[in-house]
Write a protein that binds this ligand. Structure first.
Ligand code: NAD
Length: 256
């Protein structure tokens, strides 16, 4: 059980981050949710989780594109036994048309944020004598696809960062690993469907079957509950010697 642990999940008012937060709360961890907005519905998510699971849950606004905000999120949490670096965005375009500001935003949110949160959280983990850092990379942390230059670069980068954190903490009860999901039908993936339809001149169902699940031999989307379960496993004693590695949850994508 994760009772007594506090988990901070970046980018957790939607999709995978929210799903992982639910599973960590169900396993007994207190949770800190985050995104860059500060709406009633963001805070309501924390209330729902607290009501349903009995853990303490809070929502903290912080913009993961800004290093100071990343560090302030960990400071506001006050304690961070489990750090889930999940916030991420996507943009799909050929390199020569790829907007430079999109490149910068993707590198900042999908990669740099994990450096800043980790730097702020490690002293807390060391003080507590235990820690788990779980970076949500992607199958695109291990393989590439056309038109996703910034995303693929950031996700390969976070896999490298994960390995370095693991080595720096190797003699301590602190592990760092990356989960590499295949396609999960979240708002991030929904948003890519129109662009991809245009790029390949395909209908929605064709994009799902022939572009997205084409790479996923199981022909099924991964679910956020499955990713939450993987995160809970990485927090367990059974996973204490799993560090500096990637766990693919991708329906066979990277076996192809
Ligand atoms: P999503 O759009 O549902 O969630 C992204 C989350 O990040 C949201 O909570 C959003 O508010 C937050 N976010 C975005 N910009 C932010 C910022 N500047 N500051 C703070 N929070 C910010 O997408 P998702 O699919 O759940 O993606 C979550 C993570 O999983 C991402 O890192 C993504 O790359 C990764 N991933 C997704 C898939 C997939 O198929 N959906 C596959 C592999 C990896």
């Amino acid at each position: 059980s994760l009772t007594g642990k506090t988990a901070v999940v970046t980018g957790s008012n939607s999709g995978i981050g929210l799903g992982i937060t639910w599973e960590l709360a169900r396993a007994g961890a207190d949770v800190v949710l985050n995104s860059f907005t500060d709406r009633d519905e963001d805070h309501a998510l924390a209330e729902q989780i607290a009501d349903a699971t009995g853990v303490s849950a809070r929502y903290v606004k912080a913009d993961m594109s800004k290093g100071a905000d990343c560090r302030a999120l960990i400071g506001a949490a006050g304690r961070c036994d489990i750090l889930i670096n999940n916030a991420g965005i996507q943009h799909v375009a050929p390199i020569e048309e790829f907007p430079a500001e999109k490149w910068d935003a993707i590198i900042a949110i999908n990669l740099n944020s994990a450096f800043h949160t980790t730097a702020a959280a490690l002293p807390m983990m060391r003080a507590a004598g235990w820690g788990r850092i779980i970076n949500i990379a992607s199958a695109h942390g291990l393989t590439a696809s056309p038109f996703k230059a910034a995303y693929v670069a950031a996700k390969h980068g976070i896999v490298g960062l994960t390995k370095t954190i693991a080595l720096e903490c190797a003699r301590e009860p602190i592990t760092a690993n990356a989960i590499c999901p295949g396609y999960v039908l979240t708002p991030l993936v929904e948003a890519q469907i129109p662009d991809t339809m245009e790029k390949y001149d395909m209908a929605r169902d064709e994009v799902i079957d022939q572009v997205m699940l084409e790479r996923q031999p199981s022909k099924e989307f991964v679910t956020v509950e499955q990713l939450g379960g993987t995160a809970v496993f990485l927090c367990s004693d059974a996973a204490a010697q799993i560090t500096g590695t990637t766990i693919s949850v991708d329906g066979g994508w990277t076996a192809l």
